[in-house]
Design a protein around this ligand. Sequence first.
Ligand SMILES: C[S@@+](CC[C@H](N)C(=O)[O-])C[C@H]1O[C@@H](n2cnc3c(N)ncnc32)[C@H](O)[C@@H]1O
Length: 385
Amino acid sequence: MGVVLCSPTNGRPLVPRGPQLLSDGERLWPVVEGIAYLRTKEELRRAVVEALQADREGQALRLLLADQDRFSPTSPPDTAALNTLLGAGQELTLRRAMALLNFGPVADYFTYRWSSPTFVGGLRLLELSVPNRGGRVVEYACGIGHFLRELESMGVRTVGVDIVWAKLWLARRFMGVTGTLICGDVETGTVVGPAERCTVLCHDALYFFEHKQSALDNMRRVAAGGRVAVGHVHTRLDQHRVGFAETLAVYRQLTPGTIEDDRSYGTAWFTAGLPTAATQHSSAVAWMEGDPLPTAEQLHFGPALSDLQQNPLLALGEVRWPTRGWQREYQEDAAHIGPYALTDLVADPLVQQLTTGSRQVGDLCEQERLSLYRRQALLNLPPRW
Ligand SMILES: C[S@@+](CC[C@H](N)C(=O)[O-])C[C@H]1O[C@@H](n2cnc3c(N)ncnc32)[C@H](O)[C@@H]1O
């Protein structure tokens, strides 16, 4: 079944008005490079629509690439950076593109997302909530599409929604995400019609939302009786000061689901176990709403070997930390995963064979591939990482 896009202002299904415009009967909404812009920023919406109506798609693209969210720690990219970004050829990497977009520390987060314990915690949450046959996932606050990429490599159909248009553009251009991508604010509306029962994911984002109840109601509507999986939600115990983190007691009022300690999802990824209940000391929590999925029907991540690359942070006997800030955050998140941390991984004999070059990724057998993927020694990096 196709994806129905909905107006964020009057909720009506959007209908095409030419190749790059959608109408809700009251307003026109722009679509550039196949990605609809459905944020309720009236001035920007109008400027992009006018640029498209005047056949100035390049201008529309630049306006959208410079749009940010309220928590962006850096200023928007300037004209010179956007010219370089759009003038570059196939040699442009994801990392350089994010530098040109002036993502600042957000670029480090996305560049090394695959190595984070919270990323595999999110994958475990998905394993427990997405059926291994015929599933569809709608991810709200999808960023540049790390989870979408991983899901698609397992044959799952996806829809990604984020409030920052440029992130979705990166998802399409660099992360190889093929599902529908929509720029929208989940606190304001669903932007996707509830077409079929699906799993809705929201990971490492709910604490950013000022209006959590309406965001959750929107996600439940889109799940249409399917599961809603919410991961890595900071509590007030976390040092992370951005957004609107709440206490465990407040999160308990927001969901009928059992609230788990988010860190236990990271551990559960490595041990193929189950998460454990949140406590008063949990600095981040997670939950799943909807019927538990029988074990035999659960997804089990393990992309094909041809998609996997050696983790660039692993060097001979040491971790190549990208920045001090990233290292600090990693070490806080990895405190609970014990022997599964990158610092232990570099001592693994098989990893040492890869880092010295005495074995190549392509030489691995099926069992080695799966084991190294589950331990974050092999990552599903995009070709132009
Ligand atoms: C920390 S990132 C997490 C990205 C991804 N879920 C992951 O775990 O890798 C948080 C994301 O939430 C998005 N976001 C923040 N507020 C939002 C909102 N109201 N609606 C949709 N997306 C939002 C941001 O643009 C950002 O991409």
